[in-house]
Design a protein. Sequence first.
Length: 352
Amino acid sequence: MRYLIFILFSSTLFLNSCEERKYTGGLVVTGKVGEILVVCDQGIWDSQIKECLDTNLTQFIMPYFPDVATFELIHRTPNNFEGSIKRHRNVLFITLDAKTNVEKGTIQKRKNVWANQQLVVEIIAKDMNQLIETCQAGLKFTHSEFDFIEWKRLMNYFKSNDDERIQSKLRKNFGLQLALPQGASIVNTRPNFYRIEMPTASRPIEFVGSGTQDMGAVFSGVMIYQYDFKDKLQLELKNLLAARDTMLKYNVPHEIQGLYMGTQLNEFVYPEMTKTTNFNNTIKGLEMRGMFQFKGNSSYSTGGAFWSFHFVHPKTKKIICVSGYVDAPSTTSWTQSLREIEAIWKSVEIAK
């Protein structure tokens, strides 16, 4: 095997290079989106390593409320790592090997070991002190690797189910294409605005803390809109938010008369924006995360989360916004739905 190695800028790590194993058997990954399966002895799991794992691998996607964790950790001992669990989408091995002669711990990455699009990471150290040092130095980068593969795996799956009818309309109207899940449908079209709904109740919803599941309603979708680009001031956060609210007011009315989708500007969930790129780094843009609510009636305040990508189209010279939304009860996990939205906006490409 040739292991792909994390490039970590830390003096506490010694990084090995081994061979990557390509799995070609066609088996798909198991486990839920947003899970990392940690395989280690019970003594390691019960030690301070567990706190270090929680701190670095269960980061929150901000600024959502209720909190949305990037990952949930589940544990198996090596003796119980067998059967279909080996195909879990994200696997992290933590191993103590007293026989190793290396002076510093190692972090190794393998892809497609027991299933296609699987990511397996192994942290190896000769004793507990070395293991703690290795985790403290390398877990943030480990998180970024799992984070990357999580949305990319979804994006690749969506691409394999492209609906050419939708893609043709997106190319014609916006000059772009997106990876969308099977069953997505365009429900609203105007010259500068499209709304695409994702299939509802496509998976069980687990009610957090109860251990029960239901097919309750999680509504999600993607809005695509455009307007003329005049100057860089339009790309400031306050101006993008103003344009967003204008677009939503006239294009996303609620079924109740007088209500429309708007942006929550509460200080605790105020939208955050960062510079980013699409999946293949061909489009530079601005990523925005925040909460929406239905406005127009002070007594009505339901809403949900949105995740957007803004950029200037190089051919049409219009500001394009791909904005996904999730409307779900606060008692359910939003992780998978938001990850799907992330995969969609990451997939954007300029139509040829």
